[in-house]
Design a protein around this ligand. Structure first.
Ligand SMILES: [Mg+2]
Length: 200
């Protein structure tokens, strides 16, 4: 029986547009799209920041020296943060779920993002608990992070219904027994919840 709902944040609870970061870094810092993509996607330029191993200031110092740009920290922080959008259909779905289940989030994130999204998208403050990579010092799809959720909540994996837009995060969750759904749209997700009897 499902006892709790666990949601990814980016592209599930709120919209996520990393291409805005790429575009703005090109426009405002003169870094090519290829260089940005290579640094963050291929070289894992934000891995330590996502895992809480460096502070925001250390992350900024590292990125600005690796990519050789001279934006101020404030300017870079704005570009870094302005990649999200509201998903009103998910807000109402979360409120419906909350009348019967604890609703939690599990996100690969960092200090600057979470501080920003809590202010701009207050739906996050309505969740019962946030499990965040930079606080847990590990990230999806590492099995470690799912185990930390189980330890913290005392639930069995099959009692948690997890959704995420990234397939490898779903595969890892299923491997240790979570009920998991690959998120494509709120309609698709709602349909899945109804077919499992989670949502009436
Ligand atoms: Mg996501």
């Amino acid at each position: 029986m499902i006892k709790a709902i666990l949601l990814d944040i980016g592209n599930v609870i709120i919209d996520y547009f990393p291409e805005r970061f790429v575009f703005n870094m090109k426009e405002q810092a003169g870094i090519s799209e290829m260089d940005i993509v290579r640094y963050f996607l291929l070289q894992g330029g934000d891995k330590d920041y996502t895992e809480g191993k460096v502070t925001s200031d250390e992350f900024f110092d590292q990125v600005s020296s690796d990519l050789k740009f001279d934006l101020s920290k404030e300017k870079f922080k704005n570009i870094w943060n302005e990649i999200f959008g509201r998903k009103e259909d998910m807000e109402s779905l979360i409120r419906k779920l909350k009348s019967s289940y604890p609703v939690w989030a599990l996100s690969n994130t960092n200090d600057w993002h979470i501080e920003y999204v809590k202010v701009v998208y207050p739906i996050l403050l309505e969740l019962d608990q946030l499990f965040l990579s930079h606080e847990l010092k590990c990230q999806k799809p590492d099995i470690e992070i799912y185990k930390k959720v189980l330890d913290a909540t005392g639930l069995a994996p099959e009692e948690i219904f997890f959704t995420d837009d990234v397939k490898k995060n779903i595969d890892a969750a299923k491997k240790i027994g979570f009920k998991a759904h690959h998120f494509k749209s709120s309609e698709h997700f709602e349909h899945e919840l109804k077919s499992l009897g989670v949502l009436l």
